[in-house]
Design a protein around this ligand. Structure first.
Ligand SMILES: Cc1ncc(COP(=O)(O)O)c(C=O)c1O
Length: 404
């Protein structure tokens, strides 16, 4: 048996026997560079899934790898009972990107959102306000509080009772929020572009009107930018594309380009809501994680990442719109920046599998939406390669017996 096949078989066996069956993966990935990954049979894939909007600078970005190596040799971890050099430097860099305030460092999107939810409750506690208005079809994470905040009911199934204090309303409908505001409401929380919910951007006026509503009632506006932030929609913070600033926001995923790190930020006036001892995380903001994230944020300045994101977004959106005209199974192409959804009238998972067999990794969200998350530094040539594969895959999908 060839060495790679033997290795694959052994890993599969271990995976099946020892790893909890919460995921269903079949490809074994062994190497990544830039926009490409390679599997155990040395097949090369153009990666338009980027670890679900994590490797936004491509795989093994040299500056991030260098920063991790250097910091790993110097100081990996100290508890937050001590300062480390990298944490305040990272916080300052994030603030410099256009949100004046304070940063709390965590390890994942769910943990960042949990912190932000705690901030809202603590802020509202003196006035007896604890309810947070959240959106239908939203996704905020898998912990119990973030699951209760999540609008997509399939993720909550089987884990009831939901943690109380979250009220779901339809997205992009400001009057639905207004109807639910009461003297118990402390905040509104939403994704500026819904990711898992089907790549649905907020309407421009919607965010403006929600901001006005929150100000009128004296409640917080909080954005979950875990998926849509960090340049994904063409601005560093997704809200900058709308010009509507929140009171707090969360991020994670792409912040470390693959090194686990999350964060939430609050505007300066809210800086003392979570005082000493009210919130903490053992691993939050280690020098190693912060060194990786610092290298990521610095790359945005030195490598014109946002410019490229906007340019390649235009190219891909217009290419996909042309494919939509040619293929009647495509209903709509939507999104913002390089967070792109292709809405089909056939199962998106079938198209995902076909594309993967042709060397392009993409994702789905919901039953019928293909989700494209290219690296933000994707080249024009790579974008053309992806469009060619999607074109061929759509043709094959039309003929597939599994795509009824
Ligand atoms: C918008 C949003 N919020 C939160 C999360 C949860 O992040 P994590 O998986 O890092 O906990 C995700 C993950 O997909 C997400 O897309």
């Amino acid at each position: 048996m060839a060495e790679d096949k033997k290795n694959y078989k052994e890993i599969l066996e271990y995976q099946d026997k020892y790893v909890m069956h919460t995921y269903s993966a079949d490809l074994l990935m062994v190497k990544g560079k830039g926009s490409y990954v390679w599997d155990s049979a040395n097949r090369k894939y153009l990666d338009f899934s980027t670890g679900i909007s994590v490797c936004n600078l491509g795989h093994c970005h040299p500056a991030v790898t260098r920063a991790i190596k250097e910091q790993a040799a110097k100081l990996v971890h100290v508890s937050n009972l001590y300062m480390n050099e990298k944490q305040p430097q990272l916080a300052a860099k994030l603030v410099e990107k256009g949100f004046d305030g304070f940063v709390f460092l965590a390890n994942s999107g769910a943990e960042a959102n949990e912190g932000m939810i705690k901030l809202a409750r603590k802020w509202g506690s003196a006035k007896g306000r604890f309810e947070i208005i959240v959106m239908e079809e939203s996704f905020h994470g898998r912990t119990l509080a973030t699951l209760a905040a999540t609008g997509r009911s399939k993720y909550r199934a089987g884990f009831s009772p939901d943690m109380p204090g979250f009220i779901h309303v339809p997205f992009n409908d400001v009057s639905a929020i207004e109807k639910k505001i009461s003297d118990k409401t402390c905040a509104v929380m939403l994704e500026p572009v819904q990711g898992e919910g089907g790549i649905i951007p907020a309407k421009q006026d919607y965010l403006k009107d929600v901001r006005k509503l929150c100000d009128k009632h004296g409640i917080l506006l909080m954005y979950d930018e875990v998926q849509c932030g960090m340049g994904r929609t063409g601005t560093f913070f997704a809200w900058q594309g709308y010009g509507v600033q929140p009171d707090a926001l969360s991020m994670a995923k792409a912040l470390g380009n693959g090194f686990p790190i999350g964060a939430f930020m609050v505007k300066r006036e809210l800086g003392s809501v979570l005082g000493a001892g009210t919130h903490a995380s053992t691993f939050g903001g280690t020098p190693l994680a912060c060194a990786a994230a610092l290298a990521v944020v610095e790359a945005f300045d030195s490598e014109n990442i946002l410019e490229n994101c906007v340019k390649q977004s235009e190219f891909l959106m217009s290419g996909l719109s042309k494919l939509a005209k040619k293929n009647k199974c495509v209903r709509e192409v939507r999104g913002k920046g390089l967070l792109i959804g292709v809405v089909l009238d056939k199962p998106a998972n079938e198209l995902r599998k076909i594309a993967s067999s042709k060397g392009l990794l993409v994702l789905t969200c919901g039953e019928t939406v293909l989700r494209l998350l290219p690296p933000l530094n994707v080249s024009r040539k790579e974008a053309e390669e992806a469009l060619d594969i999607i074109d061929e895959s759509l043709k094959q999908l039309q003929e597939s017996p599994n795509a009824k």
